[in-house]
Ligand binder design. Structure first.
Ligand SMILES: [Zn+2]
Length: 82
C-alpha cells in the first residue's frame, strides 16, 4: 500500500534538493513572497532574520513569517561609499 501523500515531493527554493512534501516548510519573506524550504534552510533563514512570526501558509497550515535583517544585507548594499 502506498500513501499518495508520501510520494509527493517538492524542491527546496534555497538548496534545490528534492524532499518529501511533508518536510516542506513555508517561509513568507517581508516582501510577501512564499518560499518552500527544507528544514535546514528554514533554520538558516530564521537565524538570519530579525524577527520570526507564525502565520497561515499557502499550502501548509502554518508558515514562518520572517522579517529579514536589513542591517546584514549580503550584497554590500549598505556600503555607502559616497
Ligand atoms: Zn534547502
Amino acid at each position: 500500500m502506498t500513501a499518495p501523500n508520501d510520494s509527493e515531493t517538492f524542491v527546496c527554493d534555497a538548496c534545490g534538493r528534492e524532499l518529501p512534501m511533508r518536510k516542506m516548510k513555508e517561509v513568507v519573506n517581508d516582501a510577501g513572497e512564499t518560499e518552500r524550504l527544507c528544514p535546514e534552510d528554514l533554520d538558516k533563514r530564521m537565524n538570519a532574520a530579525n524577527e520570526v512570526k507564525g502565520g497561515p501558509g499557502e499550502q501548509k497550515e502554518a508558515a514562518a513569517y520572517v522579517d529579514e535583517a536589513a542591517e546584514e544585507a549580503p550584497y554590500g548594499e549598505r556600503d555607502n561609499a559616497d
